[in-house]
Design a protein around this ligand. Structure first.
Ligand code: PLP
Length: 420
């Protein structure tokens, strides 16, 4: 189902008019649909039914505790990458034993906090990290359950900036070294090897790289078991990509078939850590036109959102669909605009030569597919307060992250002691 829809030419999120929400909240803001998140989760769990595959939402896609709680209430655990994300997951009410800690650079402080909380698993990425985790755990008199994150050296055929499973990426332990490292580590008292993990990249639209990675994972897991390691689970990494052009998303049943053919036959419980595919299509970013400007060769729509609010176009050359909040009567796309923000950089461009209906100051526009790696990547660049987030459910909405006031923004700053 579509959760962002036009009714009489007005854009709605579920049962609420976007224009009405923006009157209360001001622009720019992110607007999530709870039902859209729930549906994405249900579609995934339906597709993977029978595969003994549990879902740990990769909260880095959108780590607002209210968003985490929507998925936790559906039954998801969480995949985290920092001590801050652990606190956000706990704030959402997730029990520690449904939390997996990933990431290539966990600090000893983060490890100690996660161990004390009793998280389910640390996905570790180097012998040095294993040693550090072991020593932190020993100091605390605890045992850290770990999975070795394997770098399967598979090309995910996605954007190079979000490819993570090639041998020259910083992530994971080379598959050929994994068994040696595991044997060396089995002496350590502070860790227990529970599993193996892979994550080859994000925004995969072609599913074949998963087949290759999972085949390699399965064969390595077999080696481990033949060598006497008792594996408790295999972690399959992030989820499939989403259709930023609002077309057809990758087929979840096809993904499930790949899991069924490759790793499921081992009979081990499986885990996965989708982020983008659970929340990506579940939010729009709403912005207001400040000015329109006709230059010699182009027309610009200068809007009140900027690269600090949604950095994906500047960072990944991502293309988000843009739609008007009030459909024009003619609804004809007889104009073409570059959508740009107020930030003093030419990369502060959301779209170039984008066909649109006539725009005027104060018109509202919506950027689609903004739920993942959107609000979480926002910054205060150019002295712009962090963008707020709103969650809609049926005909209710709630602000789940406020726009900070300028006083809030200034509070953490101080002049140096010698400047006062
Ligand atoms: C980013 C990340 C994910 C989530 O990836 P999506 O493409 O958003 O599903 C999962 N696991 C790890 C280890 C990650 O770094």
């Amino acid at each position: 189902m579509e959760y962002f829809n036009y009714r009489n030419g007005e854009l709605f999120a579920e049962e609420l008019s976007i224009a009405e929400i923006s009157k209360t909240v001001g622009t720019p803001f992110y607007c999530y649909s709870q039902s859209a998140i729930e549906e994405a989760y249900q579609q995934l769990t339906t597709a993977i039914q029978g595969l003994d595959l549990s879902v740990f939402y990769a909260i880095k896609a959108s780590s607002n505790p209210a968003i985490i709680k929507v998925l936790a209430d559906q039954g998801a655990g969480a995949d985290i990458v920092s001590g801050g994300e652990l606190r956000l997951a706990l704030a959402a009410g997730l029990p520690a034993n449904k939390i997996v800690f990933a990431g290539v650079g966990k600090t000893r402080d983060e490890m100690a906090f996660a161990l004390a909380q009793g998280i389910l698993q640390f996905n570790v990425e180097s012998p040095q990290e294993i040693e550090a985790l072991n020593s932190v755990a020993e100091e605390l008199g605890l045992v850290a359950p770990i999975a070795l994150r394997i770098n399967p050296d598979v090309d995910a055929k996605t954007d190079a900036r979000i490819t993570t499973g090639k041998a020259d990426n910083k992530f994971g332990i080379d598959a050929k070294d994994a068994l040696t490292i595991a044997k060396q580590s089995s002496e350590l008292k502070g860790i227990r090897i529970d599993g193996l993990a892979v994550h080859i990249g994000s925004q995969l639209l072609d599913l074949e790289p998963y087949r290759e990675a999972y085949k390699r994972l399965a064969s390595l897991a077999t080696n481990f078991m033949n060598e006497g390691f008792k594996l408790h689970h295999l972690d399959l990494g992030g989820g499939v990509g989403i259709a930023y052009d609002l077309g057809q998303a990758p087929d979840l049943n096809a993904y499930a078939s790949i899991v069924k053919e490759t790793v499921h036959p081992l009979g081990l419980p499986l885990m996965m850590e989708p982020g983008r595919s659970l929340v990506g299509q579940a939010a729009i970013m709403v912005s207001e036109v400040i000015y329109t400007k006709d230059a010699t060769t182009k027309s610009f729509a200068i809007i009140d959102a900027a690269m600090n609010d949604l950095i994906r176009p500047a960072l990944y050359q991502a293309k988000h669909a843009i739609k008007p909040v009030h459909e024009s009567v003619s609804a004809s796309h007889n104009r073409s605009y570059d959508f740009v923000g107020p930030v003093c950089e030419s990369t502060d461009t959301f779209a170039e030569d984008f066909d649109f209906s006539e725009l005027n100051a104060d018109d509202l526009v919506a950027f689609y597919s903004a739920g993942a790696y959107g609000a979480v990547m926002a910054s205060e660049y150019n002295g712009r307060p962090l963008v707020p987030e709103v969650l809609v459910k049926g005909d209710s909405f709630s602000v789940i992250r406020q726009r900070p006031s300028y006083e809030d923004m200034l509070r953490l700053y101080s002049l140096a002691s010698w400047q006062i």
